[in-house]
Every structure is written in C-alpha cells, then in structure tokens.
Design a protein. Structure first.
Ligand SMILES: Nc1nc2c(ncn2[C@@H]2O[C@H](COP(=O)(O)OP(=O)(O)OP(=O)(O)O)[C@@H](O)[C@H]2O)c(=O)[nH]1
Ligand SMILES: [Mg+2]
Length: 225
C-alpha cells in the first residue's frame, strides 16, 4: 500500500437505540524503518505485519506502510510501520513526509554488509534534522543474521555503536522462520514502550512494575537466529 492509502480507520458502532456510540479509536503508533537499500526493511515490516517472509521484493519506491492491530494490556493499538526507500533516487521528496508525527524510529543495517553499517551515522543525522523531539525512541536492528558464514558486522562493534547512540541493539532475521517471534518481540517491545511512555534504555533503576516482555530490550550478546 503506497503512502496516502491508509486512513485512520474509525468504526462506528450502533446501540439498540440507534444512537451511534462515540467511535472507538485505537491509538496509532507511527514507526518509521530506515536504512540502506537491500538491508531488509521491507522483509522485516512484512514479517511483522503479515507474519511471513515475502518471496520476492522490489526496491521500495517512496514509502510503503503496513499496519497491524495488537492488544497491549487490554488496549487496542495500531502499529503502523512506514517502510521507507533506501535508494536515494526513490526517497527524494518523501523525507519530510516520513518524519511527520513519528513515534519511533527503527534503524536497520545488514549484518552481512559492513557498508550498510557504516551508513548508519548519516541516517542518524537525517533523523536528527527532521525530528522535532529528540526523545523519540530509536532502536538499532541488524538483519540477516541467518547468513552466519557471511556476517561482516561483529556484535561488539554494533553494540558499541548502539551504546554511543543510546539505542538498544537487536540482531535478527526476517527470513529465519524459526525465529519469527523475535522480529515480533522487537516491534512489540517498541509498542509496549510507546504505550507506557517508558524510555527504551534503562537509564533509571528499573521500577518494579516495568513491563516484562521476553526478551527484555537489553543489548543482545548473541544473534537470536
Ligand atoms: N537471508 C536473508 N535475506 C534477507 C533477509 N531480509 C531480507 N533479505 C533479502 O534481502 C533483499 C532485500 O530485502 P528488502 O526487504 O527488499 O530490502 P529493503 O531494505 O526494503 O530495500 P529498499 O526497498 O531498496 O530500501 C531481498 O532479496 C530479501 O530476500 C534476511 O533476514 N535474511
Ligand atoms: Mg524495501
């Protein structure tokens, strides 16, 4: 679905008396997914929203977005993933559109392509330029960890980078079906944090009613593949 296709869906429900109840609006969290072309942004968003790995993908033009309704602690929430184009030529006029009213940012690199990791500072810079509030939660995702023999970005290097930019690091694979849950956990962890307005990094001592979702968004020392 290309940008502009998603309305905030409102359902009107009628009581017996025919009076329309106020529409039950679920909160929508807009999460943008940015990073170099070919790192797997489309596959990650597809995996989370459609629950499967797309057999074939084309380079994203402009932006696509996928939505998934979840229930968190009894509240209906809509997670709207904005899957942006990695190729410069396909993103030109869209950038402002990506960042408007965004709730969280997911930076993605390809663990088998060190160049995509070295591009991260420029993505972070672009994000800084367009985001009004700099306390918007941001996470770092290394994708394609299933390609073990081709890994070019060691975890400790990625972890150092994540710490420098106070972002939690997740290493994952949109492709490895056995581990579908942890792509799930990445976006659900983000959604929980957005819902509870809790910072992503535990800077303050954890409070006791901290939401405990498995696995906790603590830095990962090994790939979940
Ligand atoms: N092995 C493996 N391949 C993956 C994974 N995720 C994506 N790919 C492959 O990587 C290629 C690019 O994936 P996309 O999701 O289209 O990449 P993208 O980041 O959306 O690229 P742009 O739309 O150009 O920005 C495709 O051939 C995918 O099949 C993964 O977790 N493991
Ligand atoms: Mg894409």
């Amino acid at each position: 679905m290309a940008a502009g296709g998603a309305e905030s869906s409102l359902e009107l429900s009628l009581t017996g008396s025919g009076a329309a109840l106020p529409p039950a609006r679920s909160r929508i969290f807009k999460i943008i997914v940015i990073g170099d072309s070919n790192v797997g942004k489309t596959c990650l968003t597809y995996r989370f929203c459609a629950g499967r790995f797309p057999q074939r993908t084309e380079a994203t033009i402009g932006v696509d977005f996928r939505e998934r309704a979840v229930t968190i602690d009894g509240e209906h929430i809509k997670i709207q993933l904005w899957d942006t184009a990695g190729q410069e030529r396909f993103r030109k006029s869209m950038v402002q559109h990506y960042y408007r009213n965004v709730h969280a940012v997911v930076f993605v690199y390809d663990m088998t392509n060190i160049a995509s990791f070295h591009s991260l500072p420029s993505w972070i810079e672009e994000c800084k330029q367009h985001l009004l509030a700099n306390d918007i939660p941001r996470i770092l995702v290394g994708n394609k960890c299933d390609l073990r023999s081709a890994i070019q970005v060691p975890t400790d290097l990625a972890q150092k980078f994540a710490d420098t930019h106070s972002m939690p690091l997740f290493e994952t694979s949109a492709k490895n079906p056995n581990d579908n849950d942890h792509v799930e956990a990445i976006f659900m962890t983000l959604a929980h944090k957005l819902k509870s307005h809790k910072p992503l990094m535990l800077s303050q001592p954890p409070d006791h009613n901290e939401i405990h979702i498995k696995p906790e968004p603590k830095p990962i020392t090994s790939c979940w593949c």
